[in-house]
Design a protein around this ligand. Structure first.
Ligand code: NAD
Ligand code: ZN
Length: 379
């Protein structure tokens, strides 16, 4: 089959690979119909996630059609159209019983830091992902969700990660009526976090980024204020200035660790060149929150060397919440939002690319070229 294949940092290609097989009675094989590239894939692509092995297939945001099921599978049948949450989880352990699917205990991952994730290095279990024609889906009875007939496939594929993650980012911010919410990052996750913040009662939503077309898009899509951080000398002072010298009630980090030399910007008012794995947005989130405020972190931090301004967080009495999204928990509510016409997630899709051109898709998405917000691979 044709699949994305990781060679080295900044180098992926489409290549013929062996088709996956049922390895466990609870597995299914899914023929992929749509597969997104995610900001999380960029951390792999930038070489920031440990134990990303040459030859692995990325891709944790996909829809497909069930091609084959193992003998133990009860809830799925051949031909079902499914969306597959990025988490691989057993559905029955201590964490899954509490709907903390991203923390599943029964999926093999290094140091048990996270549960399994499709196509996300051996630190997340070493599973191959869905940027391919076929993918093996473990615990097929619990993860995949049959796509309702009236749900557009491009909305469905955004329900596998980006939309629920943005939603959970806002939810973890524990937004109260009238709160000022500052979202760092106008990528897919930040865009959905900003939109979701309104549903939770925010009184003001501000999104920070430095990519013009993304700021323009989020301003319309989420009807929020935007800040281009290239124009700001000291982010914490600026946010205070525009919030009666208080700071934001809630800050959301939808950026994560950055690629080397990505851009020059400020952490404490000083211009500086980014090092691989820097955590500028996280610093800003902590430093821009008001005393007693809340910081919600969904940005992914691959490397282990991120310095966090924990002293500021302690002194301000912040509440910090963070996690990988537990996608499945949010699906009923988010499907309802889409069906009621309150949101049309697929509006963020800017590029539909044949799987053969996966290298171009990574390049334009990573370099923020050609107005790219969300690329979708079509096998
Ligand atoms: P993306 O790369 O498309 O978007 C990130 C945006 O942040 C870009 O527009 C970039 O210009 C902007 N940015 C960079 N530095 C910034 C800074 N200092 N301040 C403000 N903006 C800055 O990625 P995405 O798909 O939107 O994902 C965003 C983050 O969320 C990534 O770290 C990704 O790994 C993570 N993520 C987490 C989960 C989860 O479950 N926790 C799920 C999906 C994605
Ligand atoms: Zn993702």
């Amino acid at each position: 089959m044709l699949a994305m294949n990781y060679r080295r940092p900044y180098k992926v290609r489409a290549e013929q690979m062996p088709e996956p097989e049922i390895e466990h009675p609870g597995d299914a094989i899914v023929r992929v119909t749509r597969s997104c590239v995610c900001g999380s894939d960029l951390h792999l692509y930038h070489g920031l996630v440990p134990d990303t092995r040459v030859g692995s297939i990325f891709g944790h945001e996909f829809t497909g059609v069930v091609e084959e099921v193992g003998p133990a599978v009860r809830n799925l049948k051949v031909g079902d159209r499914v969306l597959v949450p990025f988490n691989i989880f057993c559905g029955s352990c201590f964490y899954c019983q509490r709907e903390l699917y991203s923390n599943c205990q029964n999926v093999n991952s290094q140091a048990s830091a996270v549960g399994g994730i499709y196509g996300y290095s051996h630190t997340a279990g070493g599973y191959n992902g869905g940027q391919a024609e076929y993918v093996r889906v473990p615990f097929a009875d619990v993860g995949p969700t049959v796509i309702p007939d009236d749900l557009h496939i491009e909305d469905a594929v955004l329900l596998t990660d980006a939309y629920p993650t943005g939603y959970q980012a806002a939810e973890m911010g524990d937004i109260r009526q009238g709160d000022t919410v500052v979202v760092f990052g106008a990528g897919p996750v930040g865009i959905f976090a900003a939109k979701s913040a309104w549903f939770m009662g925010a009184g003001r939503v501000i999104v920070v980024d430095h990519v013009d077309y993304r700021l323009e898009f989020v301003k319309k899509f989420a009807q929020c204020e935007v800040i281009d951080f290239r124009e700001i000398d000291d982010m914490a002072v600026h946010i205070k200035k525009i919030t009666d010298w208080l700071g934001a009630d809630v800050c959301i980090d939808a950026v994560g660790c950055e690629a080397a030399g990505n851009f020059a910007q400020t952490v404490t008012g000083k211009k500086m060149k980014m090092q691989a794995g820097s955590a500028t947005a996280l610093h800003w989130a902590i430093n821009c929150a008001r005393k007693g405020g809340r910081v919600s972190i969904v940005g992914v931090y691959g490397p282990t060397f991120n310095a966090v301004p924990i002293g500021n967080a302690v002194n301000k009495g912040l509440t910090l919440r963070m996690n990988q999204c537990s996608v499945k928990r949010h699906l009923p509510r988010l499907i309802e939002h889409i069906q009621a016409g309150r949101i049309s997630p697929r509006e963020i899709i800017t590029h539909r690319v044949p799987l053969e051109e996966v290298a171009e898709a990574y390049h334009i998405f990573s370099s923020k070229l050609d107005g790219c917000i969300k690329p979708v691979l079509v096998p």
